[in-house]
Design a protein around this ligand. Structure first.
Ligand code: FAD
Length: 479
């Protein structure tokens, strides 16, 4: 018996582990079983958002149905923590007579430790484990400096990545052919899986699951929006980005499928920066950068800053200020609109993620780890590599060439990227009738109108900015 263990790769198409499992040479008649492990306690410890858990489980349902149609049963195990996994898989191996286990490599440290423990325990039973690269276009470790180290900043990584892609190329694996008569599939909700820990197992109509849905999103985006992406991607009121992040994070679509579709649609050669679509490809390379970094710098999975000296920064942990930021009650309209959007939908536009992260760390001087955890607890696309990378980039502690004195001005960011206030009015309804001229600094106008329903600014940005820069400067002097 061969087993394919699905994790953050909940798809049939372009799934290297599934492909290897089903195409194992000389054993076409050997039965294949699929496996997914639900770990509610571990997920909670990792701050996984409830909306993301439901999204993943809805996709597991979809995957189970698709596998059943191919004659491959999907077995579900509920193990509260990763620590229980090695023993449970050893037992399962003995029960089912497993000879081979296939999975796509995990990149997070806890997951890697779990996989090492599984490997060791199954090896003792004579089961061979195969770990493949399914989460990145190029496997972590492939793109290194001349001296064999991970790049510390993005731009040279991006150049080396494009060169490596050109040298290596890649193939897209098709979904496997049917292996046996179709099986029946009992939906998760009917099995009594929905409970206090997992929440109600209903699909969220705002976030439909399925590989076809993700592929359609990609096709729609590539039909036109990708050509305007360079200009439109910074404006949260416009549909200028792909909104594929939840699908990429859960592995419903692969990054290779995205790159291949981009190449196919635009006849695109990755090296040519002037080509339409390069800006979007560059974002996919950011994704790769943070994933490679997470594997090659394991301390990132341990709450440590990428720049070790910044661990000494005297960040604030002020619970009231943090709560106001979380609730979208800072008195800065673009920050508040962004946070309320996140709280209501589980998703936030990239420009806004940068603005609110800069505000928390550089205006409120609150530790980036609090922001990172809060994002994780709310985001449908919560992904340790991208989230940690984004937060450390904003906080000035991460893999970034820009100096620490990059501090976003939340008022001018709002004026630039939401000039008519369309996004702000949608989410900060108290400001819906504020004239555009006052919208980004509404307090004088609100006072004139005798209105008290929107909070005063928590901090004076100009003062807070100087204090943030001073905090870093003092650290620099002490080294
Ligand atoms: P598009 O603009 O269409 O880009 C395509 C894909 O490229 C995205 O789906 C994503 O997978 C990847 N991508 C784009 N920008 C980045 C980036 N800066 N870093 C890494 N990958 C990128 N992204 C997550 O997927 N999960 C997170 O938890 C996450 N947390 C973030 C936290 C902060 C503080 C910041 C600044 C950024 C974070 N990002 C995160 C990156 C980025 O904001 C989202 O990937 C993007 O907004 C998703 O929208 P989209 O799918 O429309 O992206």
């Amino acid at each position: 018996m061969r087993v394919i263990w699905f994790r953050h790769d909940l798809r049939l198409a372009d799934n290297p582990a599934l492909r290897a499992c089903c195409g194992h040479p000389g054993s076409d008649n050997e039965p294949v079983t699929a496996l997914f492990i639900i770990s509610p306690t571990q997920w909670r410890q990792h701050k996984m958002a409830a909306i993301r858990q439901r999204f993943i489980l809805a996709q597991v349902d979809e995957l189970g149905r698709s596998l059943a149609a191919l004659g491959i049963p999907l077995k579900l195990l509920r193990l509260e923590t990763f620590a229980e996994v090695p023993a449970a898989l050893a037992t399962l191996s003995e029960q089912l007579g497993i000879t081979h286990l296939y999975a796509n490599q995990a990149i997070e440290l806890d997951e890697q430790r779990r996989d090492h423990a599984v490997h060791a325990s199954l090896r003792d039973l004579g089961v061979s484990c195969h770990w493949l690269n399914g989460c990145c276009v190029l496997p972590p470790g492939r793109v290194l400096t001349g001296s064999g180290e991970m790049f510390k900043v993005f731009t040279p990584f991006s150049r080396a990545w494009l060169k490596a892609l050109d040298e290596d190329g890649f193939v897209i694996h098709r979904a496997p052919a049917p292996r046996a008569e179709p099986l029946s599939w009992q939906p998760l909700a009917d099995r009594g899986w929905g409970d206090d820990a997992l929440g109600e197992l209903s699909a969220d109509p705002r976030w439909p699951v399925g590989e076809a849905t993700a592929q359609q999103r990609l096709d729609d985006f590539l039909a036109q929006a990708v050509l305007d992406y360079g200009e439109a991607r910074d404006f949260p009121a416009q549909a200028g980005t792909s909104i594929l992040s939840p699908y990429l994070a859960a592995g419903i679509i692969s990054p290779r499928q995205c790159v291949a579709a981009l190449q196919q649609r635009l006849g695109y050669r990755p090296q040519a920066k002037a080509q339409p679509g390069f800006v979007w490809l560059n974002e996919l390379i950011w994704r790769e950068f943070y994933r490679h970094l997470l594997v090659l710098v394991p301390t990132l999975s341990m709450n440590r800053p990428f720049k070790p000296e910044t661990a000494a920064l005297p960040w604030s942990w002020d619970p009231d200020a943090f709560a106001a930021w979380c609730a979208g009650r800072t008195g800065y309209p673009i920050v508040d609109a962004a946070m309320r959007c996140l709280n209501a939908t589980g998703w936030m536009h990239n420009r806004l993620r940068m603005i609110v992260a800069s505000f928390l760390t550089k205006d409120l001087h609150i530790h980036w780890r609090l922001g990172e955890d809060y994002f994780m607890s709310q985001l449908i696309d919560g992904d340790l590599a991208a989230n940690n990378g984004g937060w450390q980039w904003a906080a000035g502690t991460g893999a970034d060439a820009a100096p620490y004195f990059r501090v976003f001005n939340p008022t001018t960011q709002g004026q630039r990227f939401d000039p008519e206030g369309e996004f702000i009015r949608t989410w900060v309804t108290e400001l819906a009738d504020t004239p555009t001229a006052y919208l980004h600094q509404p307090h004088d106008w609100l006072r004139l109108k005798g209105r008290h329903d929107y909070p005063a600014p928590m901090v004076d940005h100009a003062v807070a900015r100087v204090a943030a820069i001073e905090m870093f400067r003092a650290l620099e002097k002490s080294h």
